[in-house]
Structures are given as C-alpha cells and as structure tokens.
Write a protein that binds this ligand. Structure first.
Ligand code: NDP
Length: 332
C-alpha cells in the first residue's frame, strides 16, 4: 500500500444555489474506496460533464464533486492484480464523474471492472481524443452496420454534427464509404465538417417541425445525437428499412412521434448506451478505433486544454456552442 498523495482536481461546489468549479488540492485518502488507484494524465470533455458541473441532479446527486466521465492514465495501486500496477488504462462511463470522483482530478479510484487496457499503439491522450463521445459514435455506427447499413443504400445523416459525438460519427461513416449529410446549426463550421468527410452540410432547419405525419424520405440511415423534435422529424425522413441510432438529448429528452415511420416504412430506432454496457463491448470499439476505424482528422483537430480552461469549455457545451473533441491535459 502506497502512502496518501496530494493532487489537484477541478472540484465543483454549491455556493448559495450556484455551482462553481475551481481547482482544489485533495488527497488520495479523499477518494472513494475501490480496487484500482489511477494517476490520470488526460480526460475528455463531454456534454454530461457540463451537466454535472452545472449541478444537474440527474447526473450528480451531491457536491462537492469532481466531474469527468472519462479518464486515462497509469495504474499506481491495484488490489486485484488486473489491471496491474504500472499498466496504462482507460476508464469511461459507469459511475465515473457522476457520483464517483472523475477524470477532472489527477487521481481516481475505481473498481477493476471499469478499467480497459490501453490498446496497442495508443497513449492516454489519443484515447481521450475519442473518449466517451468517440466510443458512443463508434457504437452508433456499429449498430447501423449490424442492421445491414451499406453505403449503396443512400445518404446517412448525422445530427449535432459539429459536436463531440457527431464529429467522430461524420469522419468514421465517411471513412467507411458512406455519403454523409452533416446536419449542423453552425454555418461557420461547414468547411470543417466537409474536411472531416461530410459530402453535404445542411442547417438544423432540415429537421424543423413539420405538421405532416410523414414526409418524402431522403436518408437511408442516420446517427442522431440531439433527440427531441429533430429526432421525430428525422424518423419521417428515413427510407424504407433504414435505421436511426439515437444516443443524445441536447434538444430534449421527449420524443413525440407517430408509429407511421415504423409501420409504413419499417424504420428502426436503435438506442445506444455507452455507459453501462459490458466492458468487453467498450474494449471491442476501442480496439477498432486504434486500428481500422482510426479517425486521423479528428485526432489532428482535437484541442487540448488545462484545468483552468474547463469552466468556459463546459459552459459552451450547455449553450450548444462547443465543437469537435476537447482533451483535458492535467500537465497543461
Ligand atoms: P456536444 O454539445 O458536443 O454536441 C451536441 C451538438 O448538438 C452541438 O454541438 C450542436 O451541434 C447540436 N445542438 C446543440 N443544441 C441543440 C439543440 N437545441 N437542437 C439541435 N441541435 C443542437 O455534445 P456531445 O456530442 O458530447 O453529446 C451529444 C449528446 O449525446 C448529448 O445529449 C449527450 O448527453 C449524449 N451522449 C450520450 C451517450 C450515451 O451513452 N448514450 C454518450 C455520450 C453522449 P450543431 O451546432 O452542429 O448542430
């Protein structure tokens, strides 16, 4: 057993009803019990971190709290032997950063069953460029492929395309040969989305509320990261037999639709969860991203920030103004 170590963490506290994040010094003795102590070098920014940092009780029940649903680093203590001390690991999802102190601190302590070995050829920063958002994009694409999606069937739409999940989905689908239509509210981001591989970039008005229960279908398949009204409209625009992978709720958790797309066109709505799925499923997707699914443009365009820049970066998520992948580098 090593001695307790002091470390820095970006900690959120409740102050007069407001939730305020700031750098604090903690000790590893402050971390929850668990089998594996990890020195975190990098984390990744996600919409859920922004919800936690703003006091959303559906994500984090009690404060003070260290957000960060993603972490990558080196094992410094292991009660189980697997993962072994000194090995590089990735931890995403489960309760990390929700009600268990997360990757915005330089140390985390978690169950061994949450740790994925770092894929060969990757380091912590590479893993955190993808993070939960990349993993989710990979799971969305994998579900479409499992349902038989093929490039020759027609265009694939990606909503929330400039976001963390959407941008990885755009590059991955384009790499797999699909004609990707990026749906984005950021007109000034069109060139960046084309550079990631989008064939077309259209505005969010493409999914504006339409009174008719069905409209002319245009997309063979889709990845939806926004939920709410835009997802209801997207379902009306899917060609017979097509599928929509649904993972997000930035536009709202409600979904008001009719059964018509499902019973007249055989459209499939596929739910995607990246958080509670078995570790082996996460590991399989990480392995693909470290090999044939590598997204070099996403890797090249990722932005690194230090803990001092977290506040502004997380607030941009809540305003829908964030774009691309953002990595937290604890050494910055
Ligand atoms: P981001 O904030 O990075 O991206 C979301 C994008 O959606 C924005 O960049 C914007 O893109 C668009 N958008 C924002 N607000 C609205 C709105 N009101 N209406 C329509 N579009 C909007 O978030 P992430 O990519 O990290 O996450 C996307 C969603 O996926 C979140 O809801 C998140 O909680 C969820 N998620 C779910 C996971 C799961 O396991 N199921 C795992 C990871 C994320 P643009 O300007 O290009 O339109």
């Amino acid at each position: 057993m090593t001695t307790d170590t002091e470390f820095k963490a970006w900690r959120v506290e409740e102050q007069n009803g407001e939730y305020v994040g700031a750098e604090k010094t903690l000790s590893t003795a402050d971390l929850p019990p668990g089998e594996v102590l990890i020195r975190v070098s990098h984390s990744s920014l996600n919409y859920k971190d922004a919800l936690s940092a703003s006091g959303n009780k559906g994500v984090t029940r009690s404060f003070p709290h260290t957000p960060g649903i993603d972490a990558a680093g080196e094992v410094v203590e292991s009660a189980t032997g697997t993962p072994s001390t000194g090995s590089p690991v990735i931890v995403t999802g489960y309760d990390l950063g929700m009600n268990t102190d997360g990757g915005f601190g330089e140390y985390i302590r978690v169950p061994a069953a949450w740790c994925v070995p770092m894929p060969a050829g990757w380091n912590a920063r590479t893993a955190m460029i993808y993070g939960t958002a990349g993993l989710t994009a990979g799971l969305c694409v994998q579900k479409l492929l499992t349902m038989g999606a093929k490039p020759e069937q027609g265009k694939v739409a990606v909503s929330g395309a400039s976001g963390a999940v959407g941008s990885v989905a755009v590059e991955l689908l384009s790499k797999l040969g699909f004609d990707v239509v990026a749906i984005s509210g950021k007109a000034d981001h069109a060139e960046a989305l084309k550079a990631l591989g989008a064939k077309e970039v259209v505005g969010r008005e493409t999914l504006a509320e339409e009174k008719k229960p069905m409209v002319k279908p245009v997309f063979a398949n889709a990845v939806d990261t926004v939920g709410g009204g835009p997802l209801a409209e997207l379902l009306k625009q899917i060609l017979p037999g097509g599928s929509v992978s649904c993972c997000g709720l930035v536009s709202g958790p409600g979904l008001q639709t009719t059964v018509l797309p499902f019973i007249l066109r055989g459209v499939n709505l596929l739910g995607v969860d990246s958080v509670e799925i078995p570790l082996a499923e996460k590991e399989a997707v990480w392995k693909k991203f470290s090999g044939e699914w590598a997204c070099p443009k996403i890797e090249a365009s990722a932005r690194d920030i230090g803990r001092g820049e977290l506040d502004g970066a997380l607030k941009a998520f809540l305003k829908g103004e964030s774009s691309g992948k953002i990595v937290l580098d604890h050494a910055k």
